[in-house]
Design a protein around this ligand. Structure first.
Ligand SMILES: [Fe+2]
Length: 329
């Protein structure tokens, strides 16, 4: 790939170059904003590693300028910053950044983020886009393991069971269920905007950290909206957006981010929400051991008409053998 390192600090540029020394990438360097845009215009730059605080033109302005370009192929923008603040993250993503790395940069982290960028750039169709995004989410969350794959499978089982039981038969077409299963892989896409130390924390989150984590549905929605603005979209974006934004809402209104309840919660978000909770219960987390299937089943039953719609819990119970067998495979 053609990688442009844009940083006014020579030592910072040298550090990134050092990390990339054994790769086949072609490296360009810019020491200010004007030079960054000039090199971007002259060459086919695949990735820009961009410092936000640069003379002449700021990093944010550069991102906005590049995102306005319609004629050039997509450039993956990774912001490098020492400013570990939510506002900085928000501003960068809102402007159109794809990723943020906090300095000092670790070689392996940079390598993985560049690989993610490369995968996104190589995407041929929306399935590849979804796969790449799902991988990006999983690479950010060391605790999930195969969480995304399991949520996808369980989502499919519950949706098919609901259909077999005669519920939502107009909605739950095979095509919709296939799309919903794919959409479920993106449910936590907003976690890419949550800081590394919260994502990778090996103990329970503090109340303050938990509040930040609770922003991930809204952050995810913002990422999807930003993708749409860059004309990267999929044909069932509304389903994906509903899953991302509402998968932590609960039937009794006790969820987040909005506390909506009952059938106001889109069906797709209810199904993925149940699959997500099931997998969190059955799996080990830093704050809990893995629960047995029986204990997990009981917690879900206890939350019938509380966290979960009664119809969904009925479908879960009807499909329990299938879900249990899936969990043990
Ligand atoms: Fe989530």
């Amino acid at each position: 790939m053609n990688i442009l390192i844009a940083d006014d600090n020579k030592i910072a540029r040298e550090t990134v170059k050092f990390h990339l020394q054994n790769t086949t990438h072609t490296i360009f360097e810019a020491s200010d904003g004007a030079q960054t845009l000039s090199l971007y215009e002259k060459h086919d730059i695949d990735v820009i590693l961009l410092d936000l605080k640069m003379p002449k033109i700021s990093g944010i302005e550069i991102i906005r300028t590049i995102r306005k370009q319609q004629s050039k192929s997509y450039t993956f923008l990774i912001v490098l910053t020492v400013d570990n603040k939510d506002d900085t993250f928000h501003e960068a993503f809102e402007a159109g950044a794809d990723d943020v790395i906090i300095k000092p940069i670790h070689a392996s982290l940079l390598k993985y983020r560049l690989e993610t960028g490369e995968r996104l750039l190589q995407m041929q169709d929306w399935k590849s886009l979804i796969y790449a995004l799902a991988q990006m989410i999983e690479s950010r969350d060391t605790m999930t393991g195969d969480h995304i794959d399991r949520v996808q499978s369980i989502t499919k089982i519950i949706a098919n069971t609901l259909k077999d039981m005669g519920h939502f038969s107009m909605v739950l077409t095979p095509k919709y269920i296939e799309e919903l299963a794919l959409a479920s892989t993106l449910h936590d896409i907003g976690k890419i905007a949550i800081r590394d130390e919260i994502m990778n924390k090996q103990s329970s989150l503090t109340p303050e950290e938990y509040e930040k984590m609770k922003n991930h549905p809204i952050k995810g929605y913002e990422v999807l909206t930003a993708l749409e603005e860059k004309r990267i979209s999929i044909n069932f974006m509304d389903t994906v957006k509903n899953v991302v934004l509402y998968h932590h809402e609960r039937y009794d209104g006790s969820g987040y981010p909005y506390g909506i309840d009952g059938e106001d919660i889109p069906l797709e978000a209810q199904i993925v929400g149940l699959a997500d909770v099931y997998d969190a219960l059955i799996s080990a987390r830093v704050y809990k051991p893995p629960y047995s299937f029986e204990k997990t089943r009981q917690i879900i039953l206890d939350n019938k008409a509380k966290y979960f719609s009664p119809i969904l819990v009925n479908a879960f119970i009807k499909a329990e053998d299938q879900i249990k067998n899936h969990a043990s495979t």
